[in-house]
Design a protein around this ligand. Structure first.
Ligand code: NAD
Ligand code: DAU
Length: 351
């Protein structure tokens, strides 16, 4: 039985990954380490609450003792490091926690893996450390071209700078100590359980409650959207068969300007909820500082080497996602009460 140490497994992508893996494989167990920050939510994992293959541990990836104790207690085969501060706007306001968690936490995870897996001059067989990174480390594209794995790192936000720095430590542990590692760099994810600070769930929630839809700048910044399950599938494949020390970009060639996404959500909600939901809700607001103009992933390497292809088109994925948020009103109400209201006011009231 393979043991995965998944960090950040109560967040958006992490919880989708835990559910995906437990559904797909009988013969694994997942130790899920999560600090439960504002973005972590055990409600996402309700369906596996009683599953003995899922062991939840509330802890901080920066905590040497807690993490090394888990390596000692469970014979960890694979680490999947999702845990991070993940929101660009928050990083612009408070960069320090991004360095602490995303850089310091990653280095701590690497050190713990290196110590636990050491054997003779090298490492025990069959071990793998996978860092879940992002296309944002490459910076911004012009109107043409795509990010490949050899595109130079050129991060612009404190968030992407912290992720790029973490990636460099991952490669440094590979090059210096021979730690078996992979890095995945995926484009924007969407789907169930995404915290409504991010574009798609925020717009669904605001439109449903007839609140203004805050579009940054001219709304023409482009993101490359991928349904979260397709990202989970890619991570699973890289963890199993990725070549040691390699980076794999993940994306489905699904680039859309932000305003297209917002209008799509408006028309879907007008059909399903209330025809009065219309484009008059759109409010163009002050742009994000240092706003990257365009992201676009070239996924040829993961496609050619590992046979990964996305299964969910944007047309299907966005409908499934809207259906999920409409069917999970209580989830949305719980995550948008309390501290979320303060965050929302701070972020949007003077924009
Ligand atoms: P998220 O913010 O929804 O979840 C982050 C999780 O990490 C939460 O459960 C939180 O409690 C946990 N966490 C935060 N700090 C921690 C700490 N110090 N110790 C332990 N747990 C901690 O994030 P997400 O959108 O699911 O992103 C997951 C990972 O994927 C991140 O590393 C992010 O950089 C990367 N990524 C995200 C996207 C995207 O579109 N969301 C795309 C590519 C890559
Ligand atoms: O590309 C991968 C990255 O995607 C991940 O690494 C990050 O963790 C994840 O948060 C996401 O970053 P973005 O900044 O692209 O996502 P966000 O949902 O915050 O914004 C998407 C686009 O929408 C971006 O161009 C900013 C814009 N936007 C966002 C919000 C929240 C708006 O116009 N209005 C908004 O209110």
């Amino acid at each position: 039985m393979k043991t995965y140490l998944v960090t950040g497994g109560a967040g958006f992508i992490g919880s989708n990954f835990v559910l995906y893996m437990l559904k797909k494989y009988d013969d694994i167990r997942i130790v899920n380490l999560d600090k439960l920050t504002y973005a972590g939510n055990l409600e996402n994992l309700k369906s596996v609450e009683k599953d003995p293959r899922h062991i939840f541990v509330q802890a901080d990836i920066c905590d040497r003792q807690a993490v090394s104790a888990l390596f000692e207690q469970y014979d960890v085969d694979v680490v999947i490091n999702f845990a991070a501060e993940s929101h660009v706007d928050r990083s612009i306001k408070n960069p320090e926690i991004f360095v602490e968690t995303n850089v310091g936490g990653t280095v701590n995870m690497l050190q713990c893996a290196k110590n636990a897996w050491a054997e003779g001059e090298g490492f025990k067989a069959g071990k793998k450390y996978l860092q879940v990174s992002t296309d944002e480390v490459y910076g911004s594209l012009g109107e043409t071209g795509y990010f490949t794995e050899s595109t130079p790192l050129c991060p612009h936000s404190p968030y992407s700078a912290s992720k790029a720095s973490a990636d460099m430590f991952v490669m440094a542990f590979h090059d210096t100590y021979g730690l078996p590692v992979n890095i995945t760099r995926c484009s924007n994810n969407y789907g169930p359980y995404q915290f409504p600070e991010k574009l798609i769930p925020l717009m669904i929630n605001n439109a449903k409650t007839r609140k203004p839809l805050p579009v940054y700048g001219d709304g023409m910044n482009v993101r490359d959207w991928l349904y979260v399950e397709d990202h989970c599938k890619a991570i699973d494949m890289v963890a199993q068969a990725g070549r040691d020390g390699e980076v794999y970009n993940v994306g489905g060639h699904n680039e859309r300007p932000n305003i297209f996404i917002v209008k799509k959500i408006i028309s879907a909600l007008a059909d399903r909820v209330d025809p009065a939901i219309d484009e008059t809700l759109i409010k163009y607001v002050e742009d994000r500082k240092g706003h990257d103009r365009r992201y676009g992933i070239d996924p040829q390497k993961i496609r050619d080497e590992l046979g990964w292809t996305p299964e969910t088109t944007f047309e299907v994925g966005i409908e499934k996602t809207i259906d999920w948020y409409l069917a999970n009103v209580e989830w949305m109400e719980r995550v948008t009460s309390g501290a979320y209201m303060d965050y929302y006011r701070e972020m949007y009231q003077n924009r």
